[in-house]
Design a binder for this molecule. Structure first.
Ligand SMILES: Cc1cc2nc3c(=O)[nH]c(=O)nc-3n(C[C@H](O)[C@H](O)[C@H](O)COP(=O)(O)OP(=O)(O)OC[C@H]3O[C@@H](n4cnc5c(N)ncnc54)[C@H](O)[C@@H]3O)c2cc1C
Length: 502
């Protein structure tokens, strides 16, 4: 894009950052107090650092930055506590000073959950990055919330285990961020989502009080406090430690690629597999657009255009039976076993991000994931495809389904607008595409978010999804955070006075 000022994040040239973007940093007195709590190196106030932390991976923020506009505000500072005691002291300081904080894992969230709206102080948790305990008898691992996901999984693999949570963003996210966003990994059909994996946790509430949910298999002591924290996106407290299930690394793994004659045939096959209590580790079904990108050179797809990738894993004998039975179900629905190239390609690129290449090329590329029921999915997909295509002649819309449940599945969509001369027009159109998708999801009985969370960008549709549940969340928020000091304005909750509204 020509004429665009992109502000560098490193070195002396951050002087280019306009004065109004630098305003509202910490007072010297507040900075000195924080340095006492976390050490000199643990408090960042340089404009370049604050610029780096002014957004997560929300595409809207990227679109704004690439034309030289700040997505919202800069954070006043970034604080990096090394342990729970230091974090507790930082929270107590914030309550005393009435300064708002935002928990920050690795900033890979795609809904603006860590975006400062009012010069909040960012609390980066990545120094809290240790595995605390592996309990091989209980099959659990206890880990500090700031540990990098890829390093966590690698450490478990080295001991012969897996957490089974393998998001595409595994190397750029933290374990705490997974829980805070209610995330899902690529093997969710077998191991579940993160909420199925967390058995216990420790957190610090907005008033700095500790909360512990002991790690036990099940309990019957009222509604789940654990689930108040899992998915709370930093508004109800800081998750400091998690105890997760872990599993033995599979002894055997095998992939299969199938071509289906129609999308409906693919839906029917996956539904029957899962409703028959078979649990392939991975089940992925692509619409015609996404299938074509991956199968251009494979003959079977000329007459059966829908791609399905399956992966079976576990004890060899069991996995082989699961494979045989699953493939028989696919065959009954017209699925044809074919070249395993798309499986191998998916395996080798499964942790890579595709958005950046488009976003740096000036495209308005975004992804939206929703949950639909088996009854609703086919109609929901068709209605969304038609409505999004009607917005612009050159819009790209593609979808796949890769988190499969007995009741339905996650529909993961890529929506991409071409580069456009007027950024404001493009941003309005991008938001319109989101609105069309989220409203049609609600109209077809789905949920507006499957695993990316709500953050900031989904605020507009939360009330319709949660109805009076939204009031319950606000009452809880007001009760545990009366000053609205922890990540205000996110998850559809009340923003602070003077906050930027996107
Ligand atoms: C290329 C790409 C691929 C992705 N693929 C997937 C995927 O396959 N599956 C998936 O689920 N997601 C995916 N995501 C989204 C993102 O990676 C997840 O939401 C991830 O869980 C966020 O973790 P994080 O540590 O980066 O959190 P952040 O982005 O730092 O924070 C996200 C939210 O959680 C809060 N938070 C973070 N840590 C804590 C804590 N310890 N306590 C309390 N609140 C906290 C923050 O305040 C914020 O509201 C993808 C993102 C990208 C860019």
């Amino acid at each position: 894009m020509s004429g665009v000022t992109v502000f560098p994040v490193d070195g002396a040239s951050h002087d280019a950052i306009p004065a109004e973007w630098r305003a509202h940093t910490l007072s010297d007195a507040h900075r000195a107090q924080l340095v006492k709590l976390v050490g000199e190196g643990g408090v960042l106030t340089a404009p370049a650092d604050r610029y780096t932390y002014c957004r997560d991976r929300l595409p809207f923020g990227t679109f704004r930055l690439r034309v030289g506009k700040l997505p919202a505000t800069l954070p006043a500072a970034i604080v990096c506590p090394a342990d729970e005691a230091a974090l507790q002291a930082v929270i107590a300081w914030a309550v005393e000073a009435q300064i708002a904080l935002i928990p920050f894992g690795a900033g890979s969230g795609v809904l603006g959950g860590t975006m400062p709206l009012n010069c909040e102080v960012m609390v980066d948790l990545k120094r809290m990055n240790r595995i605390v305990e592996i309990n091989e008898i209980d099959g659990t691992v206890t880990v500090q919330a700031g540990m990098n996901g890829g390093q966590f999984e690698a450490a478990l693999n080295a001991r012969g285990y897996t957490a089974g949570h393998l998001p595409q963003s595994i190397n750029m996210s933290t374990v705490g961020g997974w829980a805070a966003c209610r995330g899902a990994g690529q093997a969710s059909s077998r191991y579940g989502k993160i909420e199925d994996m967390v058995v216990g946790l420790k957190a610090l509430l907005p008033n700095a009080q500790p909360l512990e949910v002991r790690a036990v298999a099940r309990r019957a002591v009222g509604p789940s406090i654990k689930d108040l924290m899992v998915g709370s996106e930093g508004v109800f407290g800081f998750i400091t430690q998690l105890t997760l299930r872990m599993w033995r690394l599979p002894a055997h793994e095998a992939g299969a690629v199938l071509a289906f004659p129609t999308l409906q045939a693919g839906f029917d096959a996956l539904r029957e597999i899962i409703q028959s209590e078979l649990r392939p580790a991975v089940m992925r079904l692509y619409d015609e657009m996404e299938s074509h990108q991956r199968t251009k050179d494979i003959a079977a797809f000329a007459h059966k255009p829908i791609l399905c990738i399956l992966k079976f894993s576990g004890l060899r004998e069991l996995a082989e039976v699961e494979q045989r039975l699953s493939l028989a179900i696919c065959a009954a629905h017209g699925g044809e076993l074919t070249d395993d190239g798309p499986y191998r390609h998916w395996e080798t690129t499964r942790y890579q991000s595709y958005s950046i290449q488009w976003q740096t090329g000036g495209y308005y590329m975004d992804t939206i994931e929703v949950t639909g029921t088996w009854t609703g999915l086919p109609h929901m997909y068709a209605a969304m495809s038609e409505a999004v295509h009607a917005l612009h002649p050159d819009i790209h819309f593609g979808a796949h389904w890769s988190h499969i449940y007995a009741e339905g599945a996650c529909q993961y969509m890529t929506v991409r607008l071409p580069p456009m001369p007027d950024d404001d027009v493009a941003l309005a159109l991008h938001r319109k595409a989101w609105d069309v998708v989220e409203r049609l999801c609600l109209a077809h009985g789905g949920s507006i978010a499957h695993h990316h969370g709500a953050g900031l960008f989904r605020n507009a549709w939360l009330r319709e999804e949660l109805n009076t549940g939204m009031d319950v969340l606000q009452i809880i928020k007001d009760g545990i955070d009366p000053g609205n000091l922890l990540n205000p304005g996110k998850l559809g909750l009340r923003a602070a006075p003077g906050a930027i509204v996107l």
